[in-house]
Design a protein around this ligand. Structure first.
Ligand SMILES: [Fe+2]
Length: 398
């Protein structure tokens, strides 16, 4: 995210003395991507950022996946995963349930009312979409105020915790990459500014507004990290002093939020392909969103998508608002996820193609993740699958 910010106190020259009021030195840490070859920030700590007092395994459960075999389009009802769970006992970090995953990205869901432990993901960036609820996301860079419709972008290894605010539990759709997640490359100038044709710009990205310093000793932090043969494993560290000890930072690497309502849809006389709806990209996957919008205005247009076989991708749609026009009659509703895998041709449900003729506006909201490698099914998938979905196109014939 090549958009410079500065918060709190930093010295006028990098890598020089930055002194506390008592005359002692703050400790400078460079947090940077791709070795020293990409975006970075410099953080100034009260305590040594490398000081850990203990390390023990954090046993992560529910990380296993199974192939989508026999190959089927699938429908999952995510709210069913938490229908009988007391959300006041669930937090966004340890309570998330893995739905789909491959070596590039993992998709999970959680309904949470409890504050999370301190946590960081050392495997890759996280992009957490808030279907409902609000939260303070406290990070080593400062606090983010997150609300319904926000994507919360957390760079790899950003120590943070989730604190729900408001009366309703958080409903969070978590996109965990094994890489970095950034705005689509084609939206950016060669120096990283969002271009005029991008559906959003820097004013729509909201970072922390001030440093966040907390007091505490013997503070546990959960770290998700790479294990043998690509496994996802965890370690629990204990820090002698609270890791939220940064008095100032500057640079182009930091967490931020982007609200889906700030995405300005690109429309046309005839159907616009999914790349027109792209927001972010990671290694071997993209994130798109379908927002309420005027639709195709050619006099003979068909506003719902044509049937398509996106031969290089698995397509995952999370239906998170409105009434999704192309899926009417399929059982898909708020909180549903559909998986349309590569190798299966998909498109609107029976009747939707015809019904869409003459429609001028779609009131729909969906977040889509397309992966270039096949997705496997997590344990949560089996618990909330609508087994009838694969046959809904055939059922509706004639
Ligand atoms: Fe599709």
């Amino acid at each position: 995210m090549a958009y410079y910010r500065l918060l709190g106190e930093v010295p006028p020259k990098r890598h020089t003395q930055h002194r506390r009021p008592d005359g002692g030195l703050y400790y400078e840490e460079l947090m940077g991507e791709e070795g020293f070859s990409s975006d970075s920030s410099l953080l100034y700590h009260r305590f040594l950022p490398s000081a850990i007092g203990a390390a023990e395994p954090w046993e992560l459960t529910g990380q296993a996946t199974a192939p989508n075999h026999p190959l089927k389009p699938r429908h999952f009802r995510l709210p069913a995963l938490f229908a009988t769970v007391d959300s006041s006992t669930v937090d966004v970090v340890t309570g998330r349930r893995l739905l789909l995953g491959n070596a590039d990205v993992r998709l999970s869901y959680v309904v949470a009312g409890a504050p999370s432990p301190l946590y960081r993901n050392a495997i890759g960036d996280e992009c957490v979409y808030l279907e409902a609820g609000g939260a303070d996301v406290e990070t080593v860079f400062g606090r983010l105020s997150a609300r319904t419709g926000d994507y919360v972008l957390l760079p790899r290894a950003t120590t943070h915790r989730w604190v729900p605010t408001g009366d309703e539990p958080l409903r969070a759709y978590c996109i965990e990459a094994n890489s970095h997640i950034a705005p689509a490359r084609r939206y950016l100038s060669r120096f990283g500014q969002l271009l005029e044709h991008s559906p959003f710009c820097e004013r729509d990205l909201h970072g922390p507004s001030e440093p966040l310093v907390a007091e505490g000793t013997d503070v546990p932090v959960l770290v998700k990290h790479r294990g043998p043969a690509g496994a996802v494993v965890g370690t629990r560290y204990v820090y002698p002093d609270h890791p939220f000890d940064v008095v100032g930072w500057d640079g182009c690497l930091y967490p931020y939020t982007f609200n889906v309502s700030d995405f300005e849809p690109i429309t046309g006389r005839v159907h616009q392909p999914p790349p027109a709806h792209q927001v972010f990209e990671g290694n071997n996957f993209v994130v798109c969103n379908f927002v309420p919008r005027k639709v195709d205005y050619h006099p003979l247009s068909i506003p719902v998508p044509y049937y398509h076989s996106n031969v290089d991708s698995d397509e995952v749609m999370f239906y998170c608002g409105g009434d999704y026009e192309a899926r009417k009659g399929s059982g898909i509703t708020q909180g549903s996820v559909s998986l349309h895998p590569g190798g299966h041709s998909h498109g609107p449900q029976p009747g939707a193609y015809e019904r869409s003729v003459g429609v001028e506006f779609f009131d729909e909201l969906a977040v889509m993740v397309d992966t270039f490698r096949p997705l496997e099914l997590g344990e949560a998938a089996a618990e909330c699958e609508d087994e009838a979905y694969a046959w809904t196109w055939a059922r509706g014939r004639g």
